[in-house]
Write a protein that binds this ligand. Sequence first.
Ligand code: NJP
Length: 228
Amino acid sequence: VGRVVAVTGASRGIGRAVVEALLARGARVVAGARNVEGLEGAEVHPLDVTDEASVSAFAGVAVRAGVDTLVNNAGVGSFAPVEEITVAEYRRVMDTNVLGTLLVTRALIPHFRGRHARGEGSQVVNVTSDVSDRTFPNGALYTASKHAGRAVTRALAFEGQAYGLRVTEVRPGRVDTTFGGRVRGEADRAARLPPADVAAAVMYALSAPPHARIDEVVLHPVTQEVVF
Ligand code: NJP
């Protein structure tokens, strides 16, 4: 696990579980979200990943803390048939899930390059989705954003190799969070992974020895239908 980790979308759900897992392992954590509070032990900073000025301020805090690892987790869900997708909703989803990852990552790359020049490696973990390479009815907008997230993750893996950056895509299936307007812990809880399981996958990627790179982790609740 990296010593100093920046986590986006840290206020609840998977991001919050990642922060808690990191703190339990003794990492220093810089945690960002639009309404982040009550994360005892982490350094919390407001962050809107769609806003360049907000990203720049968050990245400044992370760099001053000596960040070596970034977890891009912030994301929104939106599910509707193609005929109902509005421009505003398109922008909200793509700005958060794609542009947000690009902006936060871009803001830290000069710092990661500097670390490489000092002989130090860095890591990025992007939480995309098991749907980053497939789709389903009502999933056009969300899965388009996650396909794009996969492309961004993979291009970064290519580019980052030149400056000691190891990049991992974590792709969860159904998780028990408030994602996409759901109420956490509904009757179908057994059909969903607890967020801590996804955090454990992130910890696995971050625990790889420096000579190893975990390219991708895919995980599902056993009750979810098998699809490839
Ligand atoms: O969702 P949720 P999850 N700037 O709604 C933050 C993916 N995933 O934990 O800003 C900064 O509980 C928001 O904070 P706030 C999913 O696509 C999930 O399930 O205060 N942060 C909150 O902390 C996403 O990429 C499932 O509202 C922003 C967090 O994001 C990731 O997992 C399945 C933001 C969302 O917490 C975490 O989602 C799957 C912004 N502009 C993939 N907008 C699943 N749950 O089933 C939102 O395959 N956030």
